[in-house]
Ligand binder design. Structure first.
Ligand SMILES: [Zn+2]
Length: 243
């Protein structure tokens, strides 16, 4: 089970935004593990529906087999179904949706049908040059998976894993500068249409995605505390020093 007492993410609805490499998947994992939130990733939901052969899945498959993009109505149908299966207490993280102004409006309608409203659009903000540096230098031990970095964390003994003594290492082929820059540009293009919409509604919360993973985690937790309610830190949860 999850944390004792009412979860700060009770019935909360957030959109989590961040370019590849910003740690979005990691942070979503924390929110699910720590707070019992559910991530609705439209890409995953679509693949699952196609695999399961549901009516929406069959419709989506026919569209994709023709090489066309899946329509907003199919995607919103999937979200509608998924929300219908959740308790109103369950917090939801939207991932990969919405991507357009029309989809943002549609999401509001769907949420309203389920008695929900969008609470936060959390943006993991990155310094693109620093992110390129972080991604292009990384490699892992092929045996135990320990992570290393050309410039920031080399094995103490060159070519030998600190943790398991392994001597084989792996790099992801798409961890090169050109690919990373392309992914960053795609991300910018995808978020550009929706960020101003949510910023105008006062929903965008920028979190420094370049900070330590634990710090980002704490910052997001802080954002999810119910507005207007002051929560004192428990012993296990130190308040970050005042800026
Ligand atoms: Zn190793």
């Amino acid at each position: 089970m999850h944390a004792d007492g009412p979860s700060p993410a009770r019935g909360v609805n957030i959109i989590l935004l961040g370019p590849p490499g910003a740690g979005k998947g990691t942070q979503a994992g924390f929110l699910m593990d720590d707070l019992g939130m559910v991530q609705l990733s439209t890409g995953d939901m679509l693949r699952a529906a196609v695999r399961a052969g549901t009516p929406l899945g069959r419709e989506a498959k026919a569209v994709m087999d023709r090489g066309e993009l899946v329509s907003d109505s199919i995607v919103s149908g999937l979200i509608d179904e998924a929300l219908g299966g959740l308790s109103p207490e369950t917090g939801v993280i939207f991932d990969g949706y919405p991507r357009t102004a029309a989809q943002a409006a549609l999401l509001d309608e769907i949420l309203a049908r389920h008695g929900r409203t969008l609470d936060h659009v959390i943006e993991l903000a990155v310094d693109e040059d620093a992110l390129v540096d972080r991604i292009t230098g990384r490699f892992t031990c092929a045996t135990c998976g320990e992570g290393y970095h050309d410039r920031h964390k080399l094995p103490v003994q060159p070519g030998v894993c600190d943790r398991c003594g392994g001597t084989e290492f792996r790099r992801r082929p798409d961890d090169n500068e050109e690919t990373v820059r392309t992914r960053l540009a795609e991300y910018r293009a995808k978020t550009a249409p929706i960020l101003p919409i949510y910023a105008a509604r006062g929903l965008v919360r920028r979190v420094d995605g370049m900070a330590e993973m634990a710090q980002v985690r704490a910052e997001i937790r802080r954002l999810l505390r119910p507005a207007g309610r002051r929560v004192e830190p428990g012993p296990a949860e130190a308040r970050p020093p005042a800026a």
